[in-house]
Design a protein around this ligand. Structure first.
Ligand code: CP
Length: 329
């Protein structure tokens, strides 16, 4: 793909070579993310960070990534602080805000809304999550993490065994991750959810069409017994009609240290896009796993900064200038 000036709306834009390119640039960002070096390569540039749904990681890590490259961040959080609450359209909002920014990240509750916004924007737009549809930068940081974790264990992504667990119907991170994994070879995927929250059929069909083995299950302990990666997700309460309905599914697939010790292979990597639901009755990933060295959830969040720095550098065409604009701390 041509990165320069591109919108990042769906993970399906990425071929395998594009993924490698993002990961190579992400690797090169590490000294800057760790504050061993400072670069001002995006000095004078402005990120419009527009989040119309709650976010901790995506919003802040996109902002930090831009700051670490020397740019400024302007945030809009929630509809109430935007003129959308006065009836302004996405088209007008995009035309206005793209006059104030060099690149825009956007999260919105409606599937397809970020693409609609991007069609009117005069600057590149990155999808920070559009309803239950997609979350492409999360899929990239998840895969970047998977690759690093498996490399530490002398394994690679091709041929890996992964279980995705939880709300696979509304979880946009697992939708994007499945779409991204299509470009790899010989994967074994186990999709663990209540039947009502199963992965959409089109995504499962595409995985099988790409030659991967896909099993659908509602049995957690059996499904995590022989996997390299156990990727847990929360019940996406905000997509249900009521909290009561979400409560029907909460707590059904709880992974804790005792279950991990009894059923998982010793090197199984535990992942989660976060937030995990820490309320006692929900708790899909117990805090008693926090000292487990294979719990990669905070390595995922750290890697998110590297991957998002890489996306900015590629889209704004400054990859070759990052080091030239750098100095040691
Ligand atoms: N993983 C993720 O999208 O987290 P936030 O909702 O906190 O951005």
């Amino acid at each position: 793909m041509e990165f320069v000036g591109a919108n990042i709306l769906s993970i399906e834009q990425f071929e395998r070579a594009d993924i490698e390119r993002v990961f190579d640039v992400a690797d090169a960002m590490e000294p800057y993310a760790l504050r061993r070096r400072v670069t001002r390569v995006l000095e004078g540039a402005i990120l419009g960070n527009m989040f119309f749904e709650a976010s901790t990681r995506t919003r802040v890590s996109f902002g930090c990534a831009f700051n670490l490259l020397g740019g400024e961040v302007r945030e809009t959080t929630g509809f109430a602080s935007s003129a959308i609450s006065k009836g302004e359209s996405l088209y007008d909002t995009a035309r206005v805000l793209s006059g104030y920014s060099d690149v825009i990240c956007m999260r919105h509750p409606e599937p397809g809304s970020v693409a609609e916004f991007a069609a009117a924007s005069r600057v590149p737009v990155i999808n920070g999550g559009d309803g239950h549809n997609e979350h492409p930068s999360q899929a990239l940081l998840d895969l970047y993490t998977i690759r690093k974790e498996l490399a530490d264990k002398n394994r690679q992504v091709d041929g890996m065994r992964i279980a995705m667990i939880g709300d696979l119907k509304y979880g946009r991170t697992v939708h994007s991750l499945c779409k991204l994994l299509k470009v790899f070879r010989d994967l074994h995927l186990t999709l663990v959810s209540p039947a009502e929250l199963a992965m959409p059929d089109d995504i499962v069909d595409d995985l099988r069409g790409a030659g991967h083995q896909v099993q659908v299950s509602d049995d957690l302990t059996h499904s995590i017994a022989h996997v390299d990666i156990a990727y847990s997700t929360r019940i996406q309460e905000e997509r249900f009609d009521s909290r009561r309905e979400a409560d029907l599914y909460r707590g059904r697939f709880r992974l804790n240290q005792a279950i991990y010790t009894q059923y998982c292979e010793p090197n199984t990597v535990i992942m989660h896009p976060l937030p995990r639901d820490s309320r006692a009755a929900a708790n899909e990933l117990d805090e008693d796993l926090n000292q487990n060295p294979n719990l990669a959830i905070f390595r995922q969040t750290d890697n998110g900064v590297l991957v998002r720095m890489a996306l900015f550098a590629l889209i704004l065409d400054v990859v070759d200038q990052v080091d030239r604009c750098a100095r040691p701390v």
